[in-house]
Ligand binder design. Structure first.
Ligand code: NIG
Ligand code: FE
Length: 393
């Protein structure tokens, strides 16, 4: 994870939206035809676009009010128990029209681009009814339609029990399994299925029912695991052969060993720990030492992690997870791409992959976690086309 393969004074030849050649400028210049478009990065660093492998980007409203309450002592769990938290976003998201949700999500999409992200894993989970979950997943599909950024959709129907199913968990699970999942699969609206697996939300024996039903329909699995209590989520992720287990703030040795044996990638979300005002960060160093292909992501959502900035996540990875800049860039590019089944297409600038790259206003890649609180992307390219340009001053 510490070897980025940096090419000093590098250059890249792009053709038909894909990387054709990388090397030093002198090597590449020999192959440039007279009609080629030249993009001069001006000596700045060029990186593969970040792959943000865990986000909840389609929702209505904010929870700035609850954030303020939490800073005055209320806890995330207390707010959720009295009907706030995820359920308050669900109420507003249900009321919003598909067009409104698309408009808001498009406005927020630029926040990802400013941080240098080109691929976004996007979960549903603020609908929690058949129609509202499908509405959110159609918004994800429509966000992807103009090709500016890439999306990978995940169905998260088991994110919370909606108001009308309080204390009727089995009935809600039946709705997810018998009605939501078949529609999601038939309409090809998601590639992955996720569950918020937590003894107090969906305990493992319930999460298993949802995720196995998803697997029978051909969906792959990623999971919210061990955010507030140890190991039940990671053990289930290992049992089911999930692509990822995400959060893992409470994972102990047994959970980690299970992930390693089953080849499940940990997705670490330090911005959600930070924004919840907690000090319990995941044990990234231990996971890296075990040889796990660690991923970093924003967890962008209105409750626990209101940021879409990968550079902010890299800063937290440095100060809180003790990861080097190279490790955190590996975790948020190539490792993240593999976690989404896109390792052959993006996450690095190698021959044959999509030319998804970002010019950052930095002289050295180590400035990304170091100068924190800024998003230094100058230009964002997907498939070799400039999707966003940000001015310097
Ligand atoms: O990843 N843990 C559950 N889901 C989100 C939070 C969603 C919310 O608070 O709205 C998370 O932290
Ligand atoms: Fe999440």
């Amino acid at each position: 994870m510490r070897d980025l393969g940096v090419i000093p004074a590098g250059a890249m030849l792009v053709r038909d939206g894909r990387v054709e050649l990388t090397g030093t400028r002198a090597e590449i210049e020999r192959w440039v035809s007279a009609d080629a478009e030249i993009v001069d990065a001006g000596g700045r660093i060029v990186l593969p676009g970040f792959v943000d492998a865990h986000t909840h980007p389609v929702f209505a409203g904010t929870r700035a009010d609850e954030f303020e309450e939490r800073m005055q002592g209320a806890t995330y769990a207390e707010i959720a128990a009295r009907g706030g938290g995820i359920r308050s976003t669900v109420r507003r998201t249900r009321e919003a029209s598909e067009a409104e949700l698309l408009e808001t999500a498009r406005r927020r999409r630029v926040w990802f681009a400013r941080g240098g992200t080109t691929t976004i894993e996007a979960k549903s989970g603020y609908g929690l009814s058949v129609e509202a979950e499908l509405k959110i997943l159609r918004v994800v599909r429509d966000l992807a339609a103009d090709g500016k950024l890439r999306y990978v959709a995940t169905f998260l129907g088991a994110h919370e029990l909606p108001d009308e199913y309080r204390s009727r968990m089995d009935a809600y699970i039946a709705l997810v399994v018998e009605e939501m999942l078949p529609r999601v699969a038939a309409e090809r609206l998601a590639e992955y299925c996720d569950v918020f697996c937590e003894p107090s939300v969906f305990p493992p024996q319930k999460a298993r029912v949802v995720l196995q039903a998803a697997q029978r329909l051909g969906l792959k699995v990623r999971m919210h695991a061990d955010q507030f209590s140890a190991d039940s989520g990671s053990l289930l992720a290992a049992e089911l052969g999930a692509a990822t287990a995400d959060h893992l703030e409470r994972t102990g040795p047994a959970g980690m060993e299970a992930l390693r044996k089953a080849n499940v990638q940990p997705v670490l979300l330090p911005a959600s720990v930070y924004a919840l005002g907690s000090n319990t960060y995941p044990a990234a160093r231990r996971m890296i030492d075990l040889g796990l292909a660690v991923v970093l992501a924003t967890d962008f959502n209105p409750g626990s992690s209101p940021t879409a900035s990968m550079p902010m996540v890299l800063s937290l990875a440095a100060t809180q997870l003790k990861m080097t800049a190279a490790e955190s860039i590996t975790a948020s590019t190539i490792n993240a791409a593999y976690s989404l089944g896109r390792g052959g297409e993006c996450g690095s600038l190698e021959r044959g992959k999509w030319a998804d790259f970002v010019v950052h206003d930095c002289d050295d890649y180590r400035e990304l976690p170091y100068f924190f609180g800024r998003d230094p992307a100058r230009a964002v390219y997907t498939s070799g086309t400039c999707a966003y340009k940000f001015s310097e001053y």
